[in-house]
Design a protein around this ligand. Structure first.
Ligand code: UD1
Length: 336
């Protein structure tokens, strides 16, 4: 049985990936510092899979702790999620973002290199493309100058991995996520924003639940059919399955290059207004919203060309937007 380290394994995407890895027969060990997650998630994962993953509360900036973890464990591959991810906060606290997101990555790769541990999956973002000149966005689209320190940590992260793969003969895949949403069908794990949500779907579900008074639609004067911005919203369980495919590709030595990257989205763009209406339809909730100013740093439209992930990884999303929105709502109802 292959043993996979998942850093940030109690977070939103990480927890869903842990479950899919267990479903596919991998043994999982989680490192998480609980800075943006709750220990209860470990119990919930265990309830879903009937397998309790090993868990270590480690801050990956603690180089000695990282070394001592690797001294004591035999790991076949690493999927790395542990990182700060709030775009606005990263503008206020860039050094915190660089220290956490970059140091953690470097320490992990150093330990892997020193022990000849291969197979690394990196959680990257479509934010690396900025406002792409052509839609849908293929992996050939140029990486644009980052809009925020957060986005920059994803770009620098990819560069660090690329250089490491070349120098040390390691193998890695970066998955560039579009907009992950939804929750596991068991409703035992989902997105847990610890403060006011910045992302659209948690803000919508909290507004429908009465926790927030009103959703602000950030701009209705974009050059799109209804004037609101377009994104590619992907069910987190589909996204999680893409990680298992990517890992398997590395373990089977099917990768064509030391470092590969894939877009992970649905290929379909939805506007903010389309999301609001779909949400209202599937949940039968009426949503209190108003049109507001554009949010600084937002782009007009981004959706993925998923041909490469479809053909090379053999991965396709299975869930619909409606299923994703409904699962997010069920999850919200369980919280309040
Ligand atoms: C954001 C980040 C991106 C990150 C991703 C996942 C920015 C600029 N980008 O993407 O780097 O990888 O989250 O965490 O923050 N919206 C509203 N009202 C709201 C919230 C959002 O109208 O209260 C709109 C936004 O303007 C946008 C869409 O909904 O058009 C999606 O927003 P969001 O969920 O924050 O994701 P992104 O901005 O696409």
């Amino acid at each position: 049985m292959k043993k996979i380290l998942v850093t940030g394994g109690l977070g939103f995407i990480g927890s869903h990936v842990v479950v899919e890895l267990q479903n596919s027969g991998f043994e999982v060990v989680i490192i998480d510092d609980l800075s943006n997650s709750k220990i209860d998630v470990l119990e919930q994962i265990t309830k879903i899979s009937n397998i309790k993953p090993d868990f270590y509360q480690i801050d990956l900036r603690d180089k000695k702790a990282v070394r001592s973890f690797f001294n004591d464990s035999t790991i076949d591959g690493v999927i790395h999620f542990a990182a700060f991810k709030a775009v606005g906060e990263s503008v206020q606290k860039p050094l915190d973002y660089y220290e956490n997101n970059i140091n953690a990555l470097v320490y992990l790769l150093q330990e892997m290199k020193n022990r000849n541990i291969d197979h690394f999956i990196f959680s990257s973002s479509c934010t690396v493309y900025g406002q792409a000149d052509e839609l849908p966005i293929t992996e050939d689209a140029p990486v644009k100058i980052a809009e925020s320190p957060y986005g920059n940590t994803k770009q620098i992260g990819e560069e660090i991995i690329k250089d490491s793969c070349k120098a040390y003969n390691m193998n890695a895949i970066a998955l560039r996520y579009f907009n992950p949403i939804g929750a596991h069908k068991s409703v035992k794990i989902g997105e847990l924003p610890l403060s006011i949500p910045q992302n659209l779907i948690p803000f919508i579900t909290q507004t429908a639940a009465g926790i927030r008074e009103e959703l602000a639609v950030f701009g209705d004067d974009y050059p799109t059919p209804d004037g609101t911005a377009i994104r590619d919203y992907i069910h987190v369980v589909d996204l999680a399955k893409a990680h298992v495919k990517a890992l398997q590709r590395l373990l089977d030595k099917q990768n064509k290059e030391n470092f590969e990257f894939f877009n992970v989205g649905t290929g379909k763009g939805s506007s903010v207004m389309e999301i609001i209406h779909s949400f209202e339809n599937v949940t039968q909730q009426s949503l209190n919203y108003k049109i507001a100013e554009r949010r600084k740093g937002d782009i007009t439209a981004a959706y993925a060309d998923t041909t490469k992930a479809n053909e090379v990884l053999g991965w396709k999303p299975e869930e619909t937007l409606e299923e994703a929105l409904l699962s997010a709502w069920k999850w919200q109802q369980k919280q309040s």
